[in-house]
Design a protein around this ligand. Structure first.
Ligand code: ADP
Length: 257
């Protein structure tokens, strides 16, 4: 958040530098079940962000002292790959990725029915392949589809998006330049079924009316992302059904032969 509001990021017609209007999302693509080895997986693009999420578990919790006899723990690891940003990012965890991992883990601890799986760990890996601001939101969106793909019972899917303030205007889904030179950044995630906000962070400043507008814009966008998440899962299971049906007659033939 540079806070430099002199840089013109929205033109006189209300068009942003990538051609979007203030209340427009970047193009979003979601695919479920993209990895064979993981119990659940998803790939998400939010504009130039490219994020992969993989879920393992519920499985025995290691280290053992972290086991909870009453519920599963959700351990999320958010990581940005070295080639995900323009300068090579030093590999391994840093302060920022530790923070993002923590807030995403806490969001999922609430969403997943963890009491169903005492003593276990549900491990969520988020790998950012290409970053262009809003990666924690793209990562959360991907991870919740991956959890559903792994068949883990949850209250709901979790769509997430950032809203911000740029050139004194409230804008949806900030991209890199807007994140760098804007005045505020407000990532949020919701449970659409209940309307609960389960993640909210704020970098920069907004007035109360601006915040209300940003929240309304963000929640509206989350509902659109939610529809795309459900569509990705529906497509995933439609494909699986086709494969199952294609395999069935072959199995019968072998039995007869
Ligand atoms: P988010 O990606 O959730 O918006 P930040 O606001 O912390 O999280 O980061 C904004 C953007 O800044 C990232 O999406 C990425 O494009 C860029 N960025 C973050 N960390 C680095 C880094 N270590 N090196 C280069 N660019 C980075």
């Amino acid at each position: 958040m540079g806070g430099n509001s002199n840089i013109k990021l929205i033109d006189d017609n209300g068009i942003r530098i990538d051609g979007r209007r203030v209340d427009e999302l970047r193009p979003i693509k979601i695919e479920a079940g993209v990895l064979k080895r993981a119990d659940g997986s998803a790939y998400v693009e939010f504009g130039k962000n490219k994020v992969l999420a993989a879920v393992y578990g519920p499985r025995e919790c290691h280290p053992r002292h972290m086991q909870d006899p009453s519920k599963a723990i959700v351990q999320c690891k958010y990581n940005m790959i070295s080639f995900s940003v323009s300068d090579r990012k030093r590999p391994g965890p840093d302060r920022r990725s530790v923070e993002i991992s923590k807030i995403i883990s806490e969001a999922f601890e609430y969403v997943v029915f963890t009491e169903n799986y005492p003593r276990t760990s549900i491990d969520v890996y988020i790998e950012v392949l290409q970053a262009n601001a809003g990666t924690r939101c793209a990562g959360l969106t991907a991870a919740s589809v991956a959890l559903a793909d792994a068949g883990i019972p949850m209250r709901d899917l979790v769509p997430s998006v950032a809203v911000g303030k740029v050139n004194d205007q409230i804008v949806l889904d900030l991209q890199k330049e807007e994140d760098n030179f804007g005045q505020a950044d407000l990532p949020l995630a919701i449970i659409p079924r209940t309307g609960e906000v389960i993640l909210m962070q704020m970098d920069g400043h907004m007035t109360k009316p601006e915040f209300d507008k940003a929240l309304e814009m963000g929640v509206g966008a989350c509902k659109k992302i939610y529809a795309l998440q459900k569509d990705a899962l529906a497509r995933r299971y439609a494909i699986e059904k086709v494969i199952d049906e294609a395999e069935e007659p072959a199995a019968e033939q072998t039995a007869e032969g």
